[in-house]
Design a protein around this ligand. Sequence first.
Ligand code: FE2
Length: 234
Amino acid sequence: MDSTAPASDGIEGVRLNDSPGWHYLLHEFEALYRHGSAGGSKAIRSHRRKVRETLSSVVDGNPLVHPRPPETKPVTAHLHRAFDLGARTPMFGLSRALERISPLLTWEYGYAKVPPHLARKYAYCEVLGPRGPVVTERITLGFVLFAPRTTYPQHSHHDIEESYISIAGAWSENQLAVYAPGSLILNRPGEEHRITTGDDDPCLLAYAWVGPTDRLTDPGMKFSKARKRAEQGI
Ligand SMILES: [Fe+2]
């Protein structure tokens, strides 16, 4: 690292300790996985522990912060509404910390082919992982944003254990329950899941991916063959 580099977010070669916006965001993320209940689930308790211990260790190592060009997508027109909703919930710490650095976020789709209707209603941004902006090969953390009345098609993740924590808005997974801010959902490797959001508000979820480095680097995201049926609610 160039020790003469200015202490601000998103300057090439800067370390996390010189990037307060990213540092505070990860601090809030770690608190999210440290506090709160596992609901009696051993799998969730173990996942929470893995995420927070890996994250603490990465932060202690003062990783590089590589800037990525900020990018918006059509759905990011809903982002400020999501922050307004998040500010009213117990998730306000993470919501605020993300809002502070939102001009630096790189929103993307992550799929080679995105159906046009979904391209208007969904995007995600990574905040820590192999591609940065905070660089590590050990874990991926990010946020996904959905517009109201969205169905995010059926998919699964090879070798990756995924959790979502609701920050703002209500949603359901596999049409089986409705989740509110603070809820954590665990999707183990290979488990098929799809998301639907409510009629009136956007939905902002934080996510964590734990898995082998090669999968975190190249997750090979594809919708499942059952996508069409799922979109039709069958
Ligand atoms: Fe997923």
